[in-house]
Design a protein around this ligand. Structure first.
Ligand code: GP9
Ligand code: MN
Length: 615
């Protein structure tokens, strides 16, 4: 064993190549990909994250001996350089990292050939500097010829694995739940390195590919049958009421219903939204149905009326599927569609997924003037975001379908003193305490936005769909939450009820509505919008029902299988009566539990099999 270790350490040529390639990757991160780090730990990660994959890749040479090994060291270095260079070219064009599906998107290639020569720079030859040095060392026989030692390749593999685990451990400190939750490519590259990222991406892609391969056209029949049996007619009075109007969708970051009509130290948390309830169709039993994909899950639910995945983000795993999403459907009715969101376009793989969903335009961070003064936490402050969005909105052809995604009310709910319009809450949870001022700030930003829309004459020509994207306060803060809600504890039933998010359909000119108590969720938004526009939903494959349909049954299933009706909640294997929280016999929930499981299952089948390609 000791002898073997010595051998590996002795492999000077190998370590020189490893050093060169790691250094080159780091320099490319900084100069080529312009990756910035916010703290020393991030910078450190950037420096060390190439090591594990580079050791693995060049370590392939340990399967060979003699001169072949040294040649392999050069060849593997060269192939890694080619991968880096392809990424660099792609980045220069799209300011994004390559993904496997992108490599196979041959239909895009023709758009690129013309510009490829412009992307290549003379100075790119510098990338070959280390390779040239390695070749010189090789031909001058300045490096020793190594013999093959029995367990050496395994040692190299193990070393690479250990290095990767250490890397991942540090990355977890910097970005918890990195692999399961944060699917931003730049963030992955920052944390685990570009080569590891490609391996990870390959794994994710192959996983979903397999299920698709085994699906065939008969598989969709089951879904269609279910859909046909559950179709609900529209409310005849509201059907077509929004025809020709602009549709403005406001996806409000982390907004939960428990803040509505509540106060902190006597001050309303959401004064604007509270007012808006009187002038809107407001749904107070409306649930988010998202899982790990958070905002992206809510976007998926709204666009398709299909469930997102129970793990990871469908925006990443199934961006290549065939969909019949709302933007695409609206295009057939002459609508222009866009998303306005001041974040990197690659976050949640949006740039790619939005194409699949049929959006015409994505106004990402590059459409906004973002600087230190107008930013906090995750980026551009909501007030500035809405203000700068007005011109973008006006630049679009009418009628349009435009979705705004806010950002300020995002964990960890940071806000500057001057923007704190109400006090923080006082509990043991800093997160919950800070949540209220950021919600209040978002409410204020909305009020300003509505005023501006009225000034610009956009308001009257539009209808508004406004909802919270997902929870903001996890059950980790239950103790503090019980204090706020004046409850002894947060039970499983309470937890389900806390998954309610505000939902408004605001149609200028329609006022003084009763609050609608129907139990519903984000999956119901697509059919609702379609009916408001006078579009038939009979032939659309969807799992939601129009919120206004007189025939709709009050029902919602959450992504974890919990179900809610007017009277009962089924969650974590127990059935509860809603009014008093009493635990009931399972049979009271069974039909609803079954329905929920059925819908999730069929929707998953559709997604994993990419069944809409057969429809
Ligand atoms: C990022 C923003 C937040 O662009 O939408 O995403 P989230 O963490 O809420 O899913
Ligand atoms: Mn969100």
């Amino acid at each position: 064993m000791a002898k073997m270790k010595v051998k590996i350490v002795e492999s000077k040529f190998f370590w020189i190549a490893v050093f060169f390639l790691c250094l080159k990757t780091y320099i490319l991160y900084k100069i080529g990909f312009n990756i910035k780090s916010e703290n020393i730990l991030q910078e450190f990660l950037l420096m060390i994250n190439p090591v594990s994959s580079v050791v693995l890749l060049i370590g392939v040479s340990f399967f060979f001996a003699g001169i072949t090994r040294n040649i392999m060291i050069v060849l593997t270095s060269l192939s890694a350089t080619i991968i880096l260079y392809l990424n660099l070219l792609y980045f220069r064009f799209f300011s994004d990292i390559l993904t496997w599906p992108v490599l196979f998107q041959t239909s895009n290639a023709k758009d690129l050939t013309g510009s490829i020569t412009e992307l290549i720079k003379f100075s790119d030859l510098l990338l070959l500097l280390d390779i040239i040095v390695l070749i010189i060392l090789l031909v001058k026989r300045a490096v020793p010829i190594q013999v093959r030692v029995k367990h050496e390749p395994i040692m190299m593999l193990s070393l690479s694995f250990i290095l990767f685990i250490v890397n991942l451990g540090i990355a977890q400190i910097e970005r918890p739940q990195l692999l399961t939750r944060s699917f931003d490519r730049e963030m992955l590259v920052k944390n685990i390195g570009i080569l590891n990222y490609h391996a990870y991406d390959g794994y994710i892609q192959s996983q979903s590919k397999a299920q698709r391969v085994f699906a065939d056209s008969s598989d969709i029949t089951e879904v269609l049958d279910y859909r046909n049996n559950n179709y609900k007619d529209a409310d005849p009075e509201l059907f077509g009421i929004a025809e020709g109007k602009n549709i403005i969708v406001l996806s409000l970051e982390s907004l939960q219903s428990f803040v509505i009509n509540e106060t902190i130290d006597g001050e309303e948390i959401t004064p604007f939204l509270n007012e808006l309830i009187n002038e809107s169709y407001y749904f107070d039993n409306f649930y988010h149905q998202t899982a790990q994909g958070k905002t992206s899950d809510s976007e998926f639910l709204v666009a398709n009326s299909l469930f997102a995945r129970d793990s990871g983000s469908v925006f990443f795993t199934h961006a290549g599927n065939e969909y019949h999403a709302l933007p695409e459907i609206l295009k057939e009715s002459g609508y222009y569609s866009s998303v306005l969101h001041a974040n990197n376009k690659s976050f949640w793989n949006r740039d790619i997924m939005y194409n699949s969903l049929g959006y015409d335009q994505f106004f990402d961070i590059n459409s906004y003037d973002v600087n230190e003064e107008n930013s906090v936490g995750w980026g551009l402050k909501d007030v500035d975001f809405f203000e700068q969005s007005i011109e973008l909105l006006k630049s679009q052809p009418k009628p349009y379908y435009s979705k705004f995604i806010t950002l300020t009310n995002h964990f960890p709910f940071e806000l500057e003193e001057e923007d704190k319009l109400i006090n923080e809450f006082d509990s043991n949870s800093r997160t919950l305490n800070r949540y209220f001022p950021t919600v209040r700030y978002m409410d204020h930003a909305l009020k300003q936005f509505f005023n501006r829309l009225k000034e610009e004459g956009i308001y009257e020509d539009s209808i508004f769909i406004i909802y919270g994207d997902h929870y903001g306060i996890s059950n980790y803060h239950n103790k503090a939450m019980s204090l706020f809600l004046n409850k002894e504890e947060i039970t499983d039933l309470d937890h389900v009820q806390l998954q309610r998010v505000p939902m408004f359909v605001h149609i200028p000119g329609h006022s003084n509505h009763e609050i609608n108590h129907t139990v519903a969720g984000q999956i119901d938004i697509k059919p609702t919008i379609m009916h408001l526009l006078g579009l038939d939903t009979k032939d659309d494959v969807q799992f939601g029902t129009d919120l206004f349909s007189p025939e709709r049954s009050s029902f919602a299933v959450l992504r974890d299988g919990s179900v809610i009706t007017d009277d009962v909640v089924y969650t974590k294997g127990s059935c509860y009566r809603k009014v008093d929280g009493e635990e009931l016999d399972q049979s009271n929930c069974e039909p609803f539990r079954e329905r929920g499981a059925m819908e999730l299952n069929l929707s998953d089948k559709l997604l994993y099999g990419d069944l809409l390609r057969f429809y």
